[in-house]
Structure formats: C-alpha cells, structure tokens
Design a protein around this ligand. Structure first.
Ligand code: ATP
Length: 233
C-alpha cells in the first residue's frame, strides 16, 4: 500500500485551471519533494489532500483511505503543516497541543508533547501564550501541532519560507529523524538545494501540471548536464 495515491486530480478556480490532472504515487517511508514556482498548484494539491478543498475530478487516498469518502481515517494518517501561521491565539503552547490531541479523540500525552517541544527548541515556551511568539516560534508550534497525533505521513507546505538558518537546521534535523524512524515526509519548497539535501524523489510542478518526476540523484545529474551545455554554448 502506498502512503499517498493521487489520481487524475483536477481543480479549477473560475477560469483558472489550477490543477490539470495530477497523478502521483508516494511510497511509505519516502522523503518526497514537491517543487515549483509561485502559482504552480502545490498548496492547492495539499489543501485537497488535507480535506480543506474539494477536487473537481480525481481522487486521493492516504494509506488506502479515500480523502473524501473515508475522510476521518485519511486525516488521522496525516500531519499537515500549513503555510500560513494561523491558530488560536488565546492559549499557551502546551494548551494548544493538548487541544489538538483532543481533535483526534486522544488524551493529551504530555511525555510526547514534551519530546516534540524539546526537539523543536520550544521547551522553554511551553507556558508562553502563542500570540506573544515570534513568527519563527509560531512556525515551530504549527509543526508541533501537526505531529501531536503521531501521524505516519507528514506534509509540510513551505515550512522554511522566511525562517532563520537556526530554525531550518533544527527543523530538518527533526524531520529527517522522523523519516529515518519510518515516517513518510512530503515537503513543498521553492528551493532546489533544500529539496536535494533532504528528498529522495522530487516532482516539479508548473502551472497545474507535474512536469518532471525523478530520483534526486538523476535530477542533479540532469541539472549538472544542463549547466555543462550552457557553459559550452
Ligand atoms: P506558492 O509557491 O506561491 O505558494 P503554489 O504552487 O502553492 O504557489 P497555489 O497556491 O496552489 O500555488 O495556487 C495555484 C493557482 O491557483 C494560483 O494561480 C492561485 O492564484 C490560484 N488559487 C489558489 N487558491 C485560490 C482560491 N481560493 N481562489 C482563486 N484562485 C486560487
């Protein structure tokens, strides 16, 4: 069974065809990169995957669970870190994570919450109010929120956009560890160098289509070849 099976997904906003029939299979344990310029359709695809938007056509299954017909089970399998820093500003960091556990029908596991906080450099912010945190710290809380129900598949939508080098390193160390421990990771980014350092396969999207899909090593060889050709031009 694949971690994520995306079949012929189409989405239109008015006259704009944001997704033109995306098909992708992401296997269990992969660290998968979704690259593409602004407007390529990455966030739209993730919103459909997370059940936040409806596809016009096509379907997505997460570990065999259809994201529409079997939404609850599909959602339980997924930890989604959205691009926007939105969450309830009235609670402390720990309360936020405990409430998130409740959404999944789980009792808050403070040992696991402490482990997440520790690994994301948030341990000393556990009692801080989320509204008083800096942008980078809020980003860490969003990541912590996505992990609280121990999802086997973790999807991060441009988690390093506008964050400092220290957070990037902390984040990638932790996410790489989760991947080594067996979690499937899907990462969207604008940065090829970030994807090449982390991902074992990379899909390039452009204007609602997947224009290439290859192992990171093959992609790099192709890019190296292109540069060579250019330097001879
Ligand atoms: P970025 O890297 O800038 O986040 P992206 O690859 O995530 O881009 P999307 O945000 O999925 O791209 O956008 C794909 C296209 O769909 C864009 O042209 C965008 O303007 C359009 N779009 C996205 N959401 C909506 C919406 N709710 N209503 C109308 N158009 C939308």
């Amino acid at each position: 069974m694949s971690a994520i099976e995306i079949s012929q997904v189409k989405k239109r906003y008015g006259t704009l065809q944001a997704l033109k029939g995306i098909s992708l299979t992401i296997e269990e344990g992969e660290f998968f990169g979704l690259l593409g310029p602004n407007g390529a359709g990455k966030t739209t695809l993730i919103s459909i995957l997370a059940g936040l938007a409806r596809a016009d056509e096509g379907r997505i299954a997460v570990r065999g669970h259809d994201t529409v017909a079997d939404f609850r089970n599909a959602r339980r399998m997924l930890g989604v870190v959205p691009q926007e820093l939105v969450f309830d500003p009235f609670f402390t960091v720990r309360e936020t994570l405990r409430i998130q556990s409740g959404y999944y029908g789980l009792n808050a596991n403070d040992d696991w919450i402490d482990e997440i906080l520790e690994n994301l450099g948030l341990a000393d912010k556990a009692s801080a109010n989320t509204r008083a945190l800096s942008g980078g710290m809020k980003r860490r809380v969003l990541i912590a929120q996505a992990l609280v129900h121990r999802p086997p598949v973790i999807v991060l939508d441009e988690p390093t956009a506008g964050v400092d080098v220290e957070l990037r390193q902390t984040l990638w160390r932790f996410i790489s560890r989760l991947n080594r421990e067996g979690h499937t990771i899907v990462l969207t980014t604008h940065y090829l160098e970030e994807a090449q350092a982390l991902c074992n396969r990379i899909a390039m999207m452009r204007r609602g289509e997947v224009v290439s899909l290859e192992k990171t090593g093959d992609l790099l060889r192709r890019f190296a070849g292109l540069q060579l050709n250019l330097s001879f031009a």
